[in-house]
Design a protein around this ligand. Structure first.
Ligand SMILES: C[S@@+](CC[C@H](N)C(=O)[O-])C[C@H]1O[C@@H](n2cnc3c(N)ncnc32)[C@H](O)[C@@H]1O
Length: 529
């Protein structure tokens, strides 16, 4: 076997799998399956397939997912830097497909970093509704925020909070919640040998304590008729079927939705729970609940082309809330009453988007509590800042701006949520970063560019990936560009100023054109190396 796997793990799998064990064991000799998922916020699957430089094969359970042939390097292509696809392990594409997200809904990705599934949810929302992406580890939220920005998500809030505190702020609020739970990672041994070494540390018993707490908070945040998808990348029944049986016993308003009969999906294994139940204690669950876990789903590395996953779809039995009234993110009267009077915290907001190596002067690192008062009209200059943004937007951007403009530590965002909702929460990004004012002028942020399409900016420069120009831009070089190459529209009928730089029609970032030169505004921390 090419991969180092803990002996105790293999012994346990042999006991559980019986005659299937030898097939499972030989899966460790197979090559790893690499996948990409097309980002339909930026391009349709059909258009991407016409453009794709890679040989692709569809992932059966994800209409936007494709296997990439070994030896190809999707991370080293300008289209990757344009956010056209996310590199994702194919079985990890399954849980969001079961979440049944549609535009306009309120969705929470509770354990979100580095954001693979967040970007998948965002593509399903198509910019409409609210996406809250959270991770408890501050360091990991940096990658999460970067991915939200790279993939052009306009309606996401990024938090660095405990599930309990989010539940206090958002009781019965979300239509859909994904729990991609922290787990012992047994399905990751082939992808990441460190996971095998850490298996003893992230023991199943430690993980189940966290998983129960996360499930309890998720139940408190789900709106009537909503759906929770619980997933792990581990095989341990203690963290999978047992967790679901435990939940079903304690939350009778939920039922399991059987998974569709996708090729490669196999049922949960209730028979593995009887031994666990005999151990009793807090883990105990009824045999009725245990037997229902056959409706969960497992992807096995010896049965599908992927590393393996567990998933369960938990549906709240109440009538679903209709979000078709265009009031996405807006609080209902009852919700407004519950957030009113909450004291905003006095700490500063997160780091500046698109500048991963720098922080704005006077601001500490990501994940500080949201200073709701900053946007409440008390800070001098707020009106001017927002006016500067409106002026910039009217001159440079033709896109309809979602949500409301909001000031956060001297930076302007378009937020899908009212500011009161974030009061007291450690907020990494309160929304889509628009920019800030420098020397009296509005300086647009990189995320503003990455979420715009070529048709939504008044000045556009299209680069080709074939002649190496796009890579030179991504490396931070200044480019010589004649005025005739800048497409100018609307009131910006001349080329001088901020230009949306695109590759084959998809935005990469900003440049500033003057007299035949394009000054490069691509953030230093994002550059192609
Ligand atoms: C399996 S990973 C998530 C992967 C992610 N969903 C993706 O698709 O890119 C689990 C994440 O849960 C986070 N985590 C651990 N304990 C948590 C908790 N109590 N609340 C929220 N997140 C937690 C970890 O930091 C980790 O990033």
């Amino acid at each position: 076997m090419a991969v180092h796997v803990p002996m105790a793990f293999l012994e346990k799998m042999q006991q559980l799998l019986g005659s299937d064990y030898s097939a499972f064991l030989s899966s460790y000799d197979n090559p790893r399956y690499a996948g990409i998922r097309v980002n339909t916020l930026k391009i349709s699957v059909e258009s991407f397939l016409r453009l794709s430089p890679f040989e692709l094969r569809p992932v059966p359970w994800c209409p936007t997912g494709f296997y990439v042939q070994e030896g190809q390097k999707p991370g080293k292509h300008p289209y990757y830097h344009a956010g056209l696809y996310y590199i994702q392990e194919p079985s990890a594409m399954a849980p969001v497909e079961m979440l049944d997200v549609s535009p306009g809904q309120r969705v929470l990705d509770l354990c979100a970093a580095p954001g693979g599934k967040t970007t998948q949810i965002a593509a399903k929302l198509q910019g409409e509704g609210v996406l809250v992406a959270n991770d408890i580890h501050a360091d990991r939220t940096k990658a999460l925020a970067k991915n939200v920005e790279l993939y052009g998500v306009r309606n996401a809030v990024v938090l660095n909070e405990s599930p309990e505190r989010i539940a206090d702020a958002f009781p019965a609020y979300f239509d859909k919640i994904l729990i991609d739970a922290p787990c012992s990672g047994e399905g990751m041994f082939r992808k990441d040998e460190d996971m095998a070494r850490q298996w003893e540390v992230h023991s199943t018993s430690k993980c189940t304590v966290m998983q129960k707490d996360i499930l309890k908070s998720a139940a408190a945040m789900l709106a009537p008729g909503g759906r929770i998808v619980y997933s792990t990348c581990t095989f341990a029944p203690e963290e999978n079927e047992a967790m679901i049986a435990w939940f079903l016993d304690r939350y009778p308003d939920f039922e399991l939705v059987p998974l569709p009969k996708e090729p490669g999906f196999s049922p949960g294994r209730p028979e593995w729970l009887y031994r666990l139940n005999a151990e009793g204690g807090d883990a105990a669950f009824s045999s009725e609940a245990a037997s229902l876990t056959a409706q969960c789903g497992r992807l096995w590395p010896h049965q599908v082309e992927g590393e393996g996953h567990f998933l369960a779809v938990l549906q709240h039995k109440g009538p679903a809330v209709n979000r078709d009234n265009g009031a996405e993110g807006q609080l209902s009267r009852g919700e407004r009453m519950s957030v009113r009077g909450r004291e905003p915290q006095q700490t500063s907001p997160g780091s500046k988007p698109g500048k991963t190596n720098r922080r704005p002067a006077g601001h500490s690192h990501t994940g500080k509590a949201f200073k709701g008062r900053e946007s409440a009209g008390k800070v001098p200059g707020e009106r001017e800042l927002l006016d500067c943004w409106q002026q910039f937007a009217s001159e440079h951007v033709t896109a309809k701006l979602p949500g409301q403009p909001l000031l956060f530590g001297g930076h302007v965002y378009q937020s899908p949520l009212p500011k009161e909702q974030l009061a007291g929460l450690k907020t990494v990004r309160p929304g889509w970063y628009a920019g800030t004012v420098k020397n009296g002028r509005f300086a647009p942020g990189h995320p503003l560019a990455t979420a715009l399409s070529a048709g939504e900016a008044n000045r556009v420069l299209n680069l080709s990936q074939e002649n190496g120009e796009a890579v030179r831009y991504l490396k931070g070089e200044t480019l010589n560009v004649p005025a005739s190459r800048i497409e100018c529209r609307g009131i910006q009928g001349f080329p001088k100023g901020y230009v949306l730089v695109c590759v084959d029609g998809v935005s990469l970032g900003w440049g500033k054109w003057i007299d035949g030169m394009l000054k490069n505004e691509y953030p230093a921390g994002w550059r192609w190396t």
